[in-house]
Design a binder for this molecule. Structure first.
Ligand code: SF4
Length: 201
């Protein structure tokens, strides 16, 4: 069995967060090809994801698929995961302890997939890779570190709650192909990869 499938099976048995493990219907480890060039990382499973055990399958997922299609990609060509793999009851925000507990799973996924680009969707995902930044300031911007492009975007669900963000998200998505095409000539950031940190709204 491929290493990534084995890892997802391991994640599906995880009980590290007692409350989340007790209340989930299904774990949502992530999905996509092991050799994906781009990895999209969202926040946490919602109701639909929890029911199906798949990431981004509700209304936000539909919008993500439209966004991917705008750059000629299908969801089956990219890897999609979340910062935490189990749905918080009532869709509350993930707790720092839950993000910390789940982080090693995400790190192992990144290690196996070794993507050329990591797109963070929303502030929780952004906070893992862009320390102390505000999403309203850095969305649509990229940093290259250790030959990986880190790119921050708003979460697609933000467009469902705030119509004015829809075009912003669409515009940010359209930058991805040229960033990938220019990957070789992008300068490496001076700072080392950031660790989990606090973020600003
Ligand atoms: S959120 Fe992550 S660490 Fe917590 S129980 Fe689910 S898989 Fe395990």
């Amino acid at each position: 069995m491929p290493a990534l499938s084995e890892l997802c099976q391991e994640i599906a048995l995880c009980q590290k967060c007692e409350v989340l493990a007790k209340n989930r219907t299904r774990v949502v480890p992530g999905e996509g090809p092991e050799d994906a060039d781009i990895m999209f990382i969202g926040e946490a499973p919602g109701w639909h994801e929890d029911q199906q055990g798949r990431p981004f399958v509700g209304p936000a997922g539909l919008f993500l698929e439209q966004l991917l299609s705008s750059i000629n990609l299908k969801r089956s060509q990219v890897y999609i995961a979340n910062v935490i793999k189990c749905r918080p009851v009532g869709n509350r925000d993930p707790l720092p302890s839950e993000i910390g507990a789940c982080r090693p799973w995400l790190e192992r996924q990144i290690e196996l997939i070794h993507p050329r680009m990591i797109v963070t969707l929303g502030r929780y995902s952004m906070a893992m890779f862009f320390s102390g930044k505000s999403i309203s300031k850095i969305h649509g911007t990229a940093q290259k570190r250790d030959n990986v492009i880190y790119y921050a975007m708003y979460h697609p669900a933000a467009a469902l709650h705030q119509q004015s963000l829809r075009q912003v998200i669409q515009k940010d998505m359209l930058k991805i192909p040229s960033l990938l095409a220019q990957a070789g000539s992008l300068k490496e950031a001076e700072q080392p990869p950031q660790q989990l940190s606090m973020f600003e709204d």
